[in-house]
Design a protein around this ligand. Sequence first.
Ligand SMILES: Cc1cc2nc3c(=O)[nH]c(=O)nc-3n(C[C@H](O)[C@H](O)[C@H](O)COP(=O)(O)OP(=O)(O)OC[C@H]3O[C@@H](n4cnc5c(N)ncnc54)[C@H](O)[C@@H]3O)c2cc1C
Length: 235
Amino acid sequence: MNLTKALTSFVAAQKLNEELLVVVGGGAAGVYGAIRAKTLAPNLNVVVIEKGRPLSKVKISGGGRCNVTNGHCTDAKSLAEHYPRGHKEFRGPFFNVHGPMDTMSWFSNHGVELKVEDDGRVFPVSNCSSSVVDCLMSEAKRTGVSLQTGKVVASASISTGGKFALKIQKLINCFEHVEANYLLIASGSSRQGFSLAAQLGHSLIDPVPSLFTFKIEDPQLAELSGVSSNLLLLL
Ligand SMILES: Cc1cc2nc3c(=O)[nH]c(=O)nc-3n(C[C@H](O)[C@H](O)[C@H](O)COP(=O)(O)OP(=O)(O)OC[C@H]3O[C@@H](n4cnc5c(N)ncnc54)[C@H](O)[C@@H]3O)c2cc1C
């Protein structure tokens, strides 16, 4: 989406007094959340602000294949129990609507053919994460989500009218001020996102890493990227 068109969404929403949802972060959570909002409320103006490239983590996920979900552990309760520390946090209503089967159906219904591998991991038949990225991007476009890249949501507060007052930075010393009716912070592990939540009065629990990459400069190991195995690693 070009900048003029994207800016129009802000301006139009504010001039016409239409409702506006701003999504901070164009990763998997932000883009899917925006599509979902637009699907449920087609008249809502939905603008995603992404400081870098949208869905860049999805592109590298699953060794470039994107492990979409788990096809063997489809029950929400047992799925939550298999996730470290997830037995409590993951037992909310989220998985009742967005469980593994729902996820598989959603992608299949939107043209991404999936396969379940022997160990339960679910990948696009194409073996390529770009199938997932392209699907999310085209669905965002189709539903009318406005995606603005190269911009940072720098701060958030509550305006006197009870809206979310956002300061959005485009370039050094170049800011836009936007008031949104709704705000979705989907900034992944970015400290900036945590800071926005704190500015709005939320208290935060320090996050702990669940999945991370090794940075090893051995070209022989590069070919193993994406290979998974059950093993015990002694460091
Ligand atoms: C190597 C690797 C492989 C993985 N493989 C898989 C897999 O196969 N299957 C799977 O399910 N998961 C996998 N994961 C995990 C998965 O990629 C992440 O859980 C998921 O991408 C997180 O999505 P997100 O939208 O929450 O956050 P992110 O993808 O981190 O997106 C957040 C976005 O917000 C933007 N942002 C942050 N702050 C601001 C701001 N103030 N203003 C504007 N933009 C902002 C960031 O630039 C970023 O693009 C993998 C992760 C890694 C690192």
